[in-house]
Write a protein of this length. Structure first.
Length: 308
């Protein structure tokens, strides 16, 4: 005998509507609840220290010139560097000559013009070198800044032209020429044309020196490759930020070539000071004062020669 099917002919109750949870405070003042709703926190409000992993409040880090409590000097862009260098953050930007964006029609996974477009949008600069004129604690100077965030600060035709423009501007205004270097080397998308800039920038430095004007280099992290092999090592004085990587080839490449283990701190700024390649390591907070003192001293000598 088949078991009879169980049936429930009673009509089901409709599902209850979800009740909004409200507290006594919102019933008294309806607008109060929204005042205490969750707010979105900006993703970049806290910055992680690369050395210690400590989370640092971004406004505090900016006030410290992007130097962490552990003393790590974080990389900064061209605009910030110019503000930190010149008196009251005021300066006159000097335009760089325009060059062809993709002279070799370089084949790549991503088209070279697209890479340039993305770098320009992210940095707000036309290329990796920005130049400006202003005063460093009263001393007038032309300052050039390489931005590592722009395609690794790579040396391109545009960077070469900007460097030459900065050198000519220094000679024209009869003021010192200061450059902050940060580069991974020559830009491969421009091949031999980028390598030609090593010779061209060297000639521009010679013009500054022939005019009796100081040329001071501040090496920041990292300064390597073709830039290191050219204008980064031609200064009258070489300063460096703490722990900046300064060298031509990378540590791993050198170790594989000579088949030896390199000493700790190899190619860092402090190591280079001990070997005589860098004159002094200067923290970012003291850099303006040190630069001003050096430039005024060197210009004093030039003025005496001119008077004689």
């Amino acid at each position: 005998m088949a078991m009879a099917e169980q049936r429930n002919d009673k009509p089901g109750r409709p599902p209850a509507a979800p009740r909004e949870r409200t507290g006594w405070l919102s019933r008294i003042a309806p607008g109060v609840r929204n005042a205490f709703s969750k707010r979105e926190t900006p993703e970049n409000l806290w910055v992680k220290c690369p050395d210690t992993g400590e989370m640092i409040y971004r406004p505090d880090l900016e006030a410290a010139l992007w130097v962490t409590p552990s003393g790590h000097h974080m990389r900064i862009g061209a605009q910030a560097r110019l503000r930190y260098t010149f008196d009251d953050g005021k300066f006159e930007r000097i335009a760089s000559p325009g060059v062809a964006d993709d002279p070799l029609k370089f084949p790549d996974v991503k088209p070279y013009p697209d890479r340039l477009k993305a770098a320009r949008k992210a940095s707000g600069e036309q290329d990796a070198l920005a130049i400006a004129y202003g005063h460093i604690m009263g001393q007038p100077a032309v300052v050039a800044v390489q931005d590592f965030a722009f395609m690794g600060g790579s040396l391109s035709m545009a960077v070469g032209e900007a460097f030459i423009t900065a050198a000519k501007e220094a000679v024209k205004r009869e003021v010192p020429f200061v450059i902050f270097t940060a580069s991974g080397g020559a830009r491969m998308q421009e091949g031999t044309l980028s390598l030609m800039q090593l010779a061209r920038t060297t000639l521009a430095v010679n013009e500054v020196k022939a005019a009796g004007l100081p040329y001071v280099v501040v090496l920041t992290d990292p300064t390597t490759g073709g830039v290191m092999a050219s204008y980064a090592m031609l200064g009258d004085v070489h300063l460096a930020e703490p722990n900046a990587l300064i060298g031509f080839a990378g540590r791993r490449v050198i170790e594989q070539t000579i088949r030896e283990t390199l000493p700790p701190g190899f190619q860092r700024a402090e190591f280079q000071v001990e070997r005589g390649m860098v004159d002094r390591v200067v923290s970012r907070g003291e850099l303006r004062a040190v630069l001003s003192s050096i430039l005024k001293t060197l210009m004093m000598g030039r003025n005496r020669l001119s008077a004689a």
